[in-house]
Design a protein around this ligand. Structure first.
Ligand SMILES: *Cc1c(COP(=O)(O)O)cnc(C)c1O
Length: 421
């Protein structure tokens, strides 16, 4: 445990409640180890990033090898082999219309870049548009721009006045899909101010932080067609859904959807080291290419395309090429189903659901006051029982690394079953 005198200010952590903060020394596969010998199964892949497992030997070796060559390089007007290899490979494995790769260093930044690209496109072609469409309950990051396109609530109330206006499309709950599509269709068209929408940003197939809310592939495909019909740019935020989480490499693959812009991060390096990319179609890049310097895409972070991070991502792509990643994902999904089925008869378990490697359900709890305390109590219970889980409100979900063994998965679900009591 870290000491009360630690100067560290943790993210999304209420220090006033005095919860213990485990000090982890080592990670291996699906397990995290403390110096005192205690260990936890990482049931949420260290916040959705660790895909193949902690300290995957190939990714670690690639990082070590790259540190012998080049640590960091300015990426404005300079380049290096790991970035070139990675960009070419990303273009190869994504649909043909996605031709350009812009590097950054976090999911939030990749979304900021997507929004800047979309508005930059309309500006540079001389037909400025500014209106952004979003899906209800979405999460796209914690910067001011990404909070603007995400769900408003207690998490961002302090900054509300700074967030820009967006048009929110209702979530396609079962039976309500047509209402969602109609709302999107209407919002795409010219608004009262006469300006058509610039872009629609969406988490494909599943809204992560919004509570693991799943919607059908055909709705995603329809949303994409509606945007295409109106010439509204379609941004897929695959920061969480990418790299196999939903059962296919990218969630859009299941819907046959080709976005205009795609955001990738989290599992891009296998979850080992921060890196993000925003891929886009050629016309968006072309709109920024000119002898006129004012059309430049003015965005950069210091660590854009850091060579060590790119080397880790290249190792991730090699693992996808050489190892039976898809089989692991399929097997994990089936195992999740079996555990979920065992719990689904419990009257306290509502809406059990699964997509790819992600399993979730809601705990029925009648009164809201109790509800608000549920997640922290569950988190503490799991922590004391050797499992790292972090329910979202009353939504319990399991999203483990693909290397998780049957025994480790069983231990996670045993802890969950016990937690219901
Ligand atoms: C995690 C997440 C982000 C933000 O990524 P960071 O790397 O935490 O900035 C953006 N979009 C989605 C869908 C995410 O799940």
């Amino acid at each position: 445990m870290n000491t009360p005198t630690s100067p560290v200010w943790h993210p999304f952590t209420q220090h006033g409640l005095g919860d213990p903060i485990p000090l982890i020394e080592r990670g291996d596969g699906a397990r995290l180890y403390a110096a005192d010998g205690r260990s936890w199964i990482d049931g949420i892949s260290s916040w959705w990033v660790t895909t193949h497992g902690h300290a995957h030997p190939r990714i670690m070796a690639a990082i070590r090898a790259q540190t012998e060559r080049l640590d960091q390089l300015i990426f404005a007007g300079w380049t290096h082999e790991p970035a070139e290899t990675l960009a070419a490979e990303l273009v190869r494995i994504t649909p043909d219309p996605l031709t350009r790769v812009f590097f950054s260093d976090s999911g939030s930044t990749s979304v900021e870049v997507a929004l800047k690209m979309a508005l930059g496109y309309w500006f540079n072609i001389g037909a400025p548009r500014h209106r952004v469409l979003v899906l209800e309950h979405s999460y796209h990051g914690d910067t001011i721009g990404t909070m603007s396109v995400g769900e408003r609530g207690v998490y961002n109330r302090a900054w509300q006045p700074l967030l820009f206006d967006v048009d929110t499309i209702p979530f396609p709950h079962p039976g309500m899909e047509q209402a969602t599509l109609d709302a999107l269709d209407a919002a795409c068209a010219a608004s009262g101010t006469g300006e058509a929408a610039a872009a629609f940003i969406v988490e494909p197939l599943i809204l992560g932080a919004g509570g693991m809310l799943i919607y059908p592939a055909w709705v995603l495909a329809e949303m994409r067609s509606i945007c295409a019909r109106h010439g509204v740019l379609f941004i897929a935020d695959e920061v969480m859904t990418g790299w196999g989480r939903t059962g296919t490499r990218f969630a859009c693959d299941q819907a046959g959807v080709i976005p205009d812009i795609v955001c990738l991060s989290k599992g891009l390096t296998g979850g080992a080291i921060p890196l993000a990319v925003t891929l886009c179609i050629e016309p968006i890049f072309a709109a920024h290419v000119s002898t006129d310097r004012s059309k430049t895409f003015y965005h950069s972070s210091s660590y854009t395309a850091n060579p060590i991070a790119c080397a880790a991502a290249n190792a991730n792509l090699e693992i996808w090429r050489d190892e039976p990643v898809q089989q692991r994902i399929d097997a994990l999904g089936e195992a999740q189903d079996a555990h979920l089925a065992l719990l689904s008869h419990d009257p306290r378990v509502h809406d059990p659901r699964r997509l790819g490697t992600i399993a979730a359900f809601d705990i029925a709890a009648p009164d809201g006051g109790y509800l608000s305390n549920l997640a922290p109590r569950l988190i503490a219970f799991y922590r004391e029982n050797g499992v790292l889980l972090r329910p979202l409100g009353n939504t319990v979900y399991v999203m483990p690394p693909y290397c998780t063994t049957a025994d480790d998965l069983a231990q996670i679900w045993t802890a969950i079953a016990a937690s219901l009591d």
